[in-house]
Write a protein that binds this ligand. Sequence first.
Ligand code: ACO
Length: 323
Amino acid sequence: MIRARIIGCGACLPSNIVTNDDLAKTVDTSDEWIRERTGITQRHIALPGEKTSDLALGAARAALADAGIDAGELDMVIVATTTPDESFPATATVVQARLGMTRGAAFDVQAVCSGFIYGLSVADSLIRTGAARTILLIGAETMSRLLDWTDRTTCVLFGDGAGAVVLQAHAGHGDNADQGVLNTRLFSDGRLHDMLYADGGVSSTQSAGKLRMQGKEVFKHAVTNIAAAIVASAEASHIAVSDVDWFVPHQANQRILDGTARKLGIDPAKVVSTVAQHGNTSAASVPLALVTAVKDGRIKRGDLVLMEAMGGGFTWGAALVRW
Ligand code: ACO
């Protein structure tokens, strides 16, 4: 059985760091409020002119170097993003060109904060069916461009960044001991649109709009949906949630991470959290957290890693990977 194995990963964050105290100078908020309600202490914000493709390219180069392969070996580039450089073409094609890739295919996936999990599911399917052998998957965002910086209920939550993985076909036995993606589970419910959306778009307002959110409602759905996705992914591979070595969640809010862990009886020490340093970087958040835990030595070859996310739509999902 063909498995999509992650052979390298890398990250890229804008150099510009904005602390809670920095934000308190421009909106009516405080370091104490943000820390208590979200766990966030700082976020990286792209400088003027710094685009999603710049961050995506940085993460892509780091992941390729980590995998020890050249861009010429890639069959596809997939970028999960809600903040593309332009309405078209796909940001993935910009990355493809800047990597010097002259073959293969490149396209974007749009599932907001769940984008990386959706992209992983697509990449895994393409590899397992033999349509591609090696795929670069990037989650990259400049959420700062989509924020209403006068709205303290949203602007304090988000940040910019990119994380990438290189997936490659690998012969497995078809059991849980195989290295690579063991399963992915995707969900959405479009009826929940009004809880989290951008109030603009090409065909409606001819502008990108700004992010709008009913925070309390999102919070309630997040814990329920994320817990359900974790259980669905564990059940799909016939394992207990307690068998998972590392949980790599979407980094929206420390209270959502804690609430989900409490609901499922997960040891908090197994939950990778980078929300304090990065804030919510949407599709970049899962790969940024993944790279953090791989580089600091927590996630090791052979570990069972469960990634999950939820975002606008709502979309949500989970992916179980043998590292
Ligand atoms: N600074 C100071 N006060 C604030 C701020 C702020 N930045 N934002 C809101 N407040 C005020 C409110 O106006 C309100 O004041 P009031 O009582 O006078 O009306 C008070 O703080 C409490 O506001 P609530 O909205 O009730 O605060 P809550 O405890 O729900 O926390 C939060 C808000 C942090 C947004 C929380 O609901 C949350 O995290 N929700 C999830 C949202 C999320 O993560 N979205 C990301 C995208 S989806 C995803 O990734 C899962």
